[in-house]
Design a binder for this molecule. Structure first.
Ligand code: PHE
Length: 461
């Protein structure tokens, strides 16, 4: 526990090089498979507009306030999430129970990376597939079979999952600064540009209007109670909040950076990418008579169709999946960070070894997700509970982390920052004044917790 002092990272000068560097890293964490892979497919599964509306409301009422609170707690604690929470509960004289926030974070980031890596592996595999030209002129059936074939092969999925995890371990093992800032700096803007190109292409398919109305005209009869919970969970997932990742990143944040403004920037960029991804994908779904609710394969069976038909599709397709891979990697890196920070600071293991051991354990658990798509496709461990009927190991992990641990972790963080911490701490860190500060505190103390509690009650009853 060499660094267990308040603001240890600040004192050691182990910080992001600037506000921009932090924004890029935090956006790198936030923007990922959640925006481009998950948002479109869960929007499709939950009937479109009404789901999107609830999701946007959750970003505003829960996502942004919790993001601000979490980064703030991270900077104030200045260490790994577990150590920061231990420190703050002591310094602020609050109950020790709040320390569970730190543990929830370590466990959830461990679990989420185990399945995230498998999906990241799909993106990796599709870089090669797109580059090989196999999508050129292919029809929907062929492309669907390619995806199905990949899922059916345990060996393929294991290979891609393993390579993906190996890359993550290598980057995290090298340290927070040297590995990441540079990559994110150039690749994020490129991802934005490519998404715009894809949306531009989608407007030419003739079904753009249908897609816009699917995404933006709410039909509440299509929204289930589980859909509302999924929207809340996704708001947390997509902003990387509730599990200590933003807390860990906040611990490296220089003191002069304005947290509130920075958090807004992150949320706007993240939401922008998700909406752009939807606008790129749904026109193609409708134009090709595909099923919007077809599940996790949605982007892997729609986008290759477009790449196969458009001019320059080989280049655009390869570039797109490469960028998706990078977006997935920058998120995955942030998931490993809390685990590694914890091993380093509490177990006294070197950074490189922490990354290796932590990463290997996560890789091992990830095999459960790999098998969920083939050998274990019909294995439903909790089928005896009616609600979990038909859920595979992957479905259960996703549900546990995204729909329970992240929103409940977010609730705990909002309550801790809003009610348990002394006002001085908030004043020092948040960077809001006067009416803006009062308004923010009102939202954080009342609306955010109420929003989360209502969604959970609604689901239980
Ligand atoms: N926000 C990331 C995404 O949208 C996922 C993530 C969740 C990353 C939690 C870190 C922590 O893909």
């Amino acid at each position: 526990m060499s660094q267990a002092t308040p603001k240890a990272h600040q004192q050691a000068g182990n910080l992001w090089s600037s506000r921009m560097a932090f924004i890029l890293a935090a956006v790198g964490s936030a923007v990922g498979l959640g925006n481009i892979w998950k948002f479109p497919y869960i929007t499709g599964e939950n009937g479109g507009g009404a789901f999107v509306l609830v999701y946007l409301a959750c970003i505003a009422v829960v996502g942004i306030p919790v993001l601000i609170a979490e980064v703030m707690v991270g900077r104030r604690g200045g260490q790994s999430p577990v150590a920061s929470m231990r420190e703050l509960t002591t310094v602020e004289g609050t109950r020790k129970g709040w320390r569970l926030i730190g543990w929830n974070g370590i466990i959830a980031s461990f679990l989420v990376l185990s399945f995230y890596s498998v999906i990241g592996g799909w993106a990796l595999s599709y870089v090669g597939k797109a580059a090989s030209g196999m999508f050129a002129g292919a029809d929907a059936d062929t492309i669907g079979n390619t995806f199905g074939g990949m899922l059916a092969s345990t060996g393929d999925l294991m290979l891609w999952h393993s390579i993906f995890m190996a890359i993550v371990i290598l980057i995290v093992g090298r340290g927070i600064r040297s590995g990441m800032e540079k990559a994110i700096n150039t690749l994020m803007p490129l991802l934005f540009i490519l998404l715009f190109i894809m949306v531009g292409y989608a407007t030419t398919t003739g079904k753009f209007g249908e897609a816009v109305s699917f995404m933006f005209s709410p039909d509440f009869s299509k929204l289930t109670t589980e859909g509302v919970l999924t929207a809340l969970g996704h708001a947390a997932f997509t902003l990387s909040i509730g599990i200590g990742v933003m807390m860990a990143y906040g611990s490296y944040l220089p003191q002069n950076v304005n947290i509130a403004r920075t958090a807004m920037t992150i949320a706007v960029m993240d939401t922008g990418v998700a909406l752009l991804a939807g606008l790129a994908i749904f026109p193609l779904v409708f134009a090709n008579g595909l099923e919007p609710g077809s599940g996790p394969g949605l982007i892997f069976v729609t986008l290759p169709l477009a790449f196969g038909q458009m001019t320059g599709g080989l280049i655009f397709g390869t570039l797109f999946f490469a960028l998706l891979l990078v977006a997935a990697l920058t998120s995955a890196i942030s998931m490993l960070e809390p685990v590694v920070e914890w091993l380093e600071e509490h177990k006294g293991i070197s950074r490189a070894k922490s990354a290796l051991f932590g990463g290997l354990a996560i890789w091992l658990v990830g095999i459960g997700t790999v098998l969920s798509f083939n050998n274990w496709a019909d294995f439903h461990p909790l089928a005896f509970i009616p609600f979990f009927e038909g859920k595979t190991v992957f479905d259960l992990l996703d549900f546990l982390v995204s729909n329970l641990m992240m929103p409940l972790g977010g609730l705990a963080i909002a309550l801790f920052a809003g009610w348990a911490m002394k006002r001085q701490g908030l004043d020092d860190e948040i960077g809001l004044k006067g009416a803006a500060y009062s308004a923010f505190m009102f939202v954080l103390r009342f609306l955010t917790p109420a929003g989360i509690v209502v969604v959970f009650l609604y689901n239980l009853l």
